[in-house]
Design a protein around this ligand. Sequence first.
Ligand SMILES: [Zn+2]
Length: 128
Amino acid sequence: MKMQNNHSKIIINFAGDEEALKTFANYIKDKQIFENDANVIIESDDVVFQIPKTTNYYNKKKEIKILLKNFLKEFYKFKDILEFQNIFVVGITKHLTEISDIVQCEICGFSVNTEEELLIHRRMHGMI
Ligand SMILES: [Zn+2]
């Protein structure tokens, strides 16, 4: 079938959280968006958006990301999104990451809380 060639996929993975997946599936059903220009299918713990090649992929991806963010804000405040090429992974709670993620400078061993702080710190060593 030609179907695959006419679509790009954007995948939202719920990292095994069936409840969040179901809630999201209902959420987008209620919103009734993407009706005309994208199909939504559920595959195990993924929500897959099939984006027609005729639709602007990057705009659609942006739209889906905003949708997902609004969804998380409303239902799962502590979940965070990891973004890969065409995959959004809804995973580890923010709360846990904040506690467990102590980032260390590999040059001097200085500890900071976020990757951003580490970037700022690394600049002091003359690294980019
Ligand atoms: Zn350092």
